[in-house]
Structures are given as C-alpha cells and as structure tokens.
Design a protein around this ligand. Sequence first.
Ligand code: FAD
Ligand code: PHB
Length: 393
Amino acid sequence: MRTQVGIVGSGPAGLLLSQLLHLQGIEAVILERRSRHYVEGRIRAGVLEQGTVDVLSEAGVGERMRCEGLVHEGIQLSVHGRLHRVDFKALVGGAVTVYGQTEVTKDLINARLAADGQIAFEAEDVTIHGFDGDQPRIRFRQDGRRRELACDFIAGCDGFHGVCRQSVPQAALTIHERVYPFAWLGMLVEAPPVSDELIYAYHERGFALFSMRSPARSRLYIQCTPDEDLDAWPDQRIWDELRARLGGETADALPTGPSIEKSFAPMRSFVAEPMRFGRLFLAGDAAHIVPPTGAKGLNLAVADVRVLARGLAAFYTSGRTDLLESYSATCLRRVWKAQRFSWWMTSMLHRFPGRNPYDDRVQLAELDYLVSSRAAQQALAENYVGLPFEAEE
Ligand code: FAD
Ligand code: PHB
C-alpha cells in the first residue's frame, strides 16, 4: 500500500488534514485505532473560534455547522453568584460558534467517505518507521492481517496518548508540562440551557461551567478532585453542586432533565517541542494539551493542520520545503499563546486546595479587576474568540 501522506488518528486534526489535502489533490490514508461509532460518539469540545469556523467552511464541511451552530457574542462570568457579561462583539467585534466536536467529526467523516477518502478504522498496533529518512512507513494490523503503508510524510494526529510522539527519540523532544490538582466532571443533559450564553463560575466550592449543545441540550462541568469515582456522582448530586456554585437567579431558574453522558477530564498543560521530526509532523493533542477552561484544544488542532496542509501543498505543487521547515515554529507561536490563555483562565477560575492564602487573595483581585476593567475584558475577549491567523505566520 502506498500514499502521499499517512495520517495516524481520525480525531478533528487527522480528519480535517485529510480533507484539506484532498482539496489540494494530495492523497492521504488515515489509520484509526477505534471504530467509526466510537469516534463519532466521543463527547468533548463545544466552542469554535471564528477562524476555525472559516477553515471548516473553506474545507466544504460548514453547511450543517452554519445551520445548527449557535453564534455567541459573549460569555457570562459568575463570581460568588453575581453575573458579569463579557461582550465579545462590543470589545473586539468577534464571536464564537457553539457546535459540538461530535458534530464536526461526523461532518468530516461524511465528507471524506463521500469523496472516497480512505479511513481505516480499527487499525491495531500502529507503529511508525523511517521518518528520519526519506522512506517513512506505517505498519499496522487490520482484520488480523499485518499491513504496511509507505508514504512521503507521516502526520501524527493521534492525540495525547498516541504512538507518534512516543516514537520520536526522547533526546529530540523537549517536554513542558503542568498537571493541575483537580479535574472536571462533565454531564450532558436533555434540558434546555438556562442562559443564552456560557457561564464560567468561580465559587468557594469550586469552578463550574454551564455550556450547551443545542436549544434542548445542556453541557455541565464542575471542578472535582482528580481521583473521583463516577458512582459517587449520581445526577442529583451534580445538579445540587452546580446550583450551589452558580448561585443567585441562575440556580433558581435552572431547568433539569435526564443525563445522556458523564465523564471525567483530567486537567493538564503540555507542550512537546519541536512539532516536527524529519518527515513526521505532530498536530493537535499529539503535540500539546491545554486545560479546557479556555476552549482552545480543538481550535489549536485546526490551526496546526491548516499550517501543515499549506506546507504540504507548497511542497507538492512547487517543491518548496520552507513552509514544512517552519511548520513547528509557526504552530508553536500560536500554541504558546493558547497555553498562556488556558493557564490564566484555569488559574483565575478554579479553587486550589491547600494553597498559600496569599495566592487566593491575588486570585480574587484578578477576578475583581477583570469584571471591573474594560481593558482586561478586551484581552479575554480577543483570546477567547481566537487570535488572528495572520499574526502567526
Ligand atoms: P483527538 O481528538 O484525541 O484524536 C486522536 C485520534 O487518534 C483518536 O481518534 C484516537 O482514537 C486516535 N488514536 C490514538 N492513538 C492511536 C494509535 N496508536 N493508532 C491509531 N489511532 C490512534 N477544545 C476546544 O477547542 N474547545 C472546547 O470547548 C473544548 N472542550 C473540551 C472539553 C473536554 C471535557 C475535553 C476532554 C476536551 C476539550 N477540548 C476542547 C479539547 C479537544 O477535545 C481536543 O483538543 C481535540 O479533540 C484534539 O483533536 P485531535 O484530533 O488532536 O486529537
Ligand atoms: C463545552 O461545551 O464542552 C465546553 C465549552 C467551553 C469550555 C470547555 C468545554 O471552555
């Protein structure tokens, strides 16, 4: 088997890359460990930056997103039960679109398969070889048979726990990491949103986030300890905790309904540098992780593959290698700004158990400054809606 670009992983990064390459007439094959059903059902991100919406539209997968996505021109910050609106439109003239990662994934898989794109689901024991030379190969097992895919380049789009980053010699990568002393418990519910906009809540009991997927479905998150047991969190306990943390009128007005899914998300900041090793390019969560408080993970994955697709297109159309050579540096400038923003949002909104009380007082001052300063809100808004791509290249 042979292709031009071998892609490991069919998350948003791998799928979008193969779609962008297809539009440039470049052939790619995706190898995915899980089943299609599993990949389409994995509930994760919900907020798309305007730049992400634009890339998806240009890639020809924007139709349903434009119909069903909810355009939000601001967010609400709840501090001790009092709401403060951050008005993106007034502050920076921007907005975000609330559209689930599950839906982005389904749209991309449908588009790829409709164009006869090759996605090998349930590809087992994927290993990558020869990427430090000019004959990269990907070996895997499918339906019990061993197979090999020869390619010009490998795109490691296989998420944080994938095989690609781990295949790079340790000495060639620098790892930067911070693990937070808390996790998020998420619950998707069949209940209409209590608010037109997302509510990020700071409270002594811990952080809470009220989000949504549609006019009939809400997505709730609460800060919890990292080693919790899901059985200890029946729906009623989550609703009670959410109500306590949102407080005020929001708590009183909160519509409830049956849960559809519940899961924990650990909180981590992580960057592996550089993002390129020979003919292997890491993209998305395979190279970097942010805590979800800034809603940046999926958006960063999209930004990476946009840069990679351009580099590969330049290589195949005119033999240029400069864009591939600058891939890592170009991506990392955006990645580190998203790291900073996600770390800042996380540090400002969560409770840090057992910390020096001085730090807690500074955190309250940070929140107080934010809700009372237009300049501070403008900085939040500029980062939340997404920094421009142009400034990155
Ligand atoms: P992934 O989606 O992880 O895809 C990797 C793929 O590779 C998977 O399909 C996996 O099965 C496959 N794979 C792994 N190992 C192998 C292997 N060895 N062989 C073959 N295939 C393999 N981001 C936002 O932008 N906005 C948000 O609002 C947001 N909210 C979030 C909320 C939560 C609770 C969580 C957990 C994340 C959130 N994120 C958010 C982050 C976002 O979901 C990720 O950043 C995004 O999924 C990254 O996409 P990816 O394609 O790089 O990786
Ligand atoms: C979500 O809706 O899943 C979501 C929204 C905003 C975040 C994180 C997750 O910051």
